[in-house]
Design a protein around this ligand. Structure first.
Ligand code: MN
Ligand code: MN
Length: 334
């Protein structure tokens, strides 16, 4: 045991982390950490509890919901509602943002979350996670959907929990990206990864290559060059491919050792400009990645500059090691 470990609450109380003294943001992040602990407890039970089954229902995204999706969503809602710290909340799993009852409507923040990302991986015991984003509520009035439609650069905090061999919470309040590991014996999150830095260069890419025939020319070019590597002087090095198909797990790997993650625009379903959700997935992960020295783009624009038009909007996502993201962006310009 390392007695020097800084707990999440001590870290958030440390003035040098830039949270104003009277800010309720620290309390909100601790509330989300408690939610992550509760969801981790459920995922750990696996098939011992009937949580991995699929429901008849579909969520607003037209995806089959698992019991664990619904349960995780409810834990987020219950904890945030009770906290008195949020004016409203929006979830990937729900059609409309939840209004907080007037007597609990004390908070200055809007919380946005994907309660269980990659939930189909639960059935095969592969890492899943929760992703969250925090915005200022723009007015004191009960929030309306328009209030949530803020560009990613306006996020006041963002992060994710990953439920893997260990449970970790990775957060940013705009002063770097920091990782905390849950000690299952004490129930405490402690700082284990201060100031995470994504290497600027990488030799790993992550993409669902089965979609290749639907990609646009810049992505086809980029991936074919990575695959050719030094063989025909396409690149100065050879590349490896990784694809967990759980965004949290793929992005976590990139934070730990670099890489580029892509869910690009494709023509598989022309009604869908991208696969991932801007507000629940792309924006919070963009803030996390960019606070760790990486970049995040659709290929054409920086994700955090996009003015959202609806809460469930989808966007292409290309993020990770800086020099590779810049290269993919440059291929979109030619
Ligand atoms: Mn998701
Ligand atoms: Mn989800």
């Amino acid at each position: 045991m390392n007695a020097q470990r800084i707990t999440l609450s001590a870290f958030l109380a440390d003035a040098s982390q830039g949270l104003p003294k009277d800010s309720q943001l620290a309390d909100l992040l601790l509330n989300i950490a408690d939610t992550a602990k509760a969801i981790a407890k459920l995922t750990e039970k696996g098939a011992l509890i009937d949580m991995v089954g699929k429901l008849e229902s579909q969520n607003i995204q037209g995806e089959t919901q698992m019991k664990l999706d619904v349960e995780s969503n409810q834990i987020f809602i219950d904890n945030l509602t009770r906290s008195g710290l949020v004016a409203g909340l929006a979830s990937e799993e729900m059609e409309a943002p939840v209004l907080i009852a007037d007597d609990q409507h004390q908070g200055a923040y809007l919380a946005i979350f994907d309660p269980l990302d990659g939930s189909s991986n639960v059935a095969v015991n592969v890492s899943v996670g929760s992703i969250f984003s925090v915005l200022h509520a723009p007015t004191d009035a009960l929030p309306v959907e328009q209030d949530y439609l803020q560009a990613g650069r306006k996020q006041v905090a963002a992060g994710y929990a990953i439920y893997g061999p260990c449970t970790m919470l990775v957060i940013t309040v705009g002063k770097g990206t920091h990782g905390f590991t849950l000690d299952r014996d004490t129930g405490e999150f402690s700082l284990t990864h201060a100031n995470i830095q994504i290497p600027e260069d990488t030799a790993e890419f992550a993409i669902n290559a089965s979609n290749e025939r639907y990609w646009e020319p810049p992505i086809k070019r980029y991936i074919s060059e990575c695959r050719a590597g030094v063989s025909d002087n396409s690149r100065e090095k050879n590349f490896n491919m990784r694809w967990i198909a759980s965004m949290v797990a793929d992005i976590h790997r990139i934070l730990m050792r670099g890489g580029i993650y892509m869910y690009p625009k494709d023509n598989k379903d022309v009604a869908m400009p991208g696969r991932l959700r801007l507000m629940y997935e792309a924006n919070p992960m963009s803030m996390i990645v960019e606070q760790a020295g990486g970049l995040s783009s659709t290929g054409r624009v920086r994700i955090q500059d996009i003015q959202p038009e609806k809460v469930h909007q989808r966007v292409p996502v290309i993020m990770g090691s800086k020099n590779e993201v810049l290269r993919v962006e440059s291929y979109h310009k030619t």
